[in-house]
Design a protein around this ligand. Structure first.
Ligand code: FMN
Length: 310
């Protein structure tokens, strides 16, 4: 059975990727998960310099999900390269770095720093974090901003460039298109949905930033729809995510048109999820006589006559 996935010049051994911000820097999970068995891991978002993020409370549970406004706390790109990358390399992890910036120049600079390091497989450009005031989503909510960041980073690195799109727009496919036009090797989607939760007794927001990003199973049907829309619009690979908690969920994304899937929030619930989802996918492939996971990608059957048969 061929589980491999191509993302530009990069081949992942399977379609399961640990989503940014939900898997630390990877090393924290190394005792629980054999990092070399994952398709890839995506680092927490990194700026050039370390950042403290927002004060707590920064997360709150919601029906079938969670709201977070961490504010991109992180150790910065240089410390990541010096302190985390050597262990990730030694453990055989395929590492994608989630690159952040408050300005276009910072995106370029962070991309250069991680491109110069040994052991980074690709860059995921975070133009979609809803929880910071400058940069990020401001680029990701503008078609020109998306195009400009992607083309600037494209020129600065030989690594595959994978912009991560926000769902907080009316027509996400047009953003995927802008990214493809600017030379992106793939797109990942979705980041979290802007949302808020209020404590009615105190009439206070439940997180310090007032608003935050919603993730988990609650967002999955919307994310699947967005992946499907992007699949109609772009040819480049899609890394799909949003609420995946088991193999069926992952298969939904693949069938909708994702080439690989990322798992975020569900890893907090079950850090052993990876083997279970992979087994579920291979079991499905066996039952359906599918030899290559790539053959599932975008295999959704929307014909009306097919509906009559079921
Ligand atoms: C606590 C937390 C921190 C996150 N941090 C980042 C981040 O640093 N960069 C990023 O691109 N996405 C970040 N995300 C978004 C996830 O990578 C993912 O896009 C989103 O949660 C949807 O997937 P899920 O429902 O499987 O969690 C974060 C999500 C959560 C819950």
């Amino acid at each position: 059975m061929d589980l491999s996935v191509r993302i530009g010049s990069l081949t992942l051994k399977n379609p399961l990727v640990a989503a940014s911000g939900c898997f630390g820097y990877g090393v924290e999970y190394a005792e629980v998960v054999d990092l070399s068995t994952l398709g890839a891991i995506v680092s927490k978002g990194l700026f050039l310099e370390p950042r403290e993020g927002h004060p707590s409370p920064r997360i709150v549970e919601t029906p079938a999900g969670m709201l977070n406004a961490i504010g991109l706390q992180g150790i910065g790109a240089r410390r990541f390269v010096d302190e985390k990358l050597p262990e990730l390399r030694a453990r055989g992890a395929t590492v994608i770095v989630n690159v952040c910036g408050t300005t276009l120049d910072e995106y370029v600079e962070v991309s250069r720093v991680v491109s110069d390091a040994e052991g980074v497989a690709a860059i995921e450009l975070n133009i979609s974090c809803p929880n910071i005031k400058e940069g990020g989503i401001q680029f990701g909510c503008s078609l020109n901003g998306t195009f400009d960041v992607v083309s600037a980073v494209r020129k600065a690195t030989r690594l595959p460039v994978v912009p991560k799109l926000t769902p907080n727009v009316t027509d996400v496919a047009s953003f995927a298109h802008a990214a493809e036009d600017a030379g992106a090797d793939a797109v990942s989607l979705v980041n979290t949905f802007l949302a808020m939760v209020i404590d009615v007794e105190s009439r206070r927001p439940k997180i310090s930033n007032v608003v935050g990003g919603l993730s988990g199973p609650a967002i999955r049907p919307i994310a699947v729809r967005m992946v499907w829309e992007c699949r109609q619009t772009v040819k480049i690979p899609i890394l799909g995510m949003g609420g995946i908690a088991d193999a069926r969920d992952a298969l939904e994304f693949l069938i909708a048109g994702a080439n690989a899937v990322q798992i975020g929030t569900a890893n907090f619930v079950d850090p052993f999820i990876w083997g279970k989802v992979l087994d579920g996918i291979t079991d499905y492939m066996e039952r359906h006589g599918v030899a290559r996971v790539a053959d599932l990608v975008g295999s959704l059957d929307t014909r009306e006559e097919a509906a009559d048969l079921t």
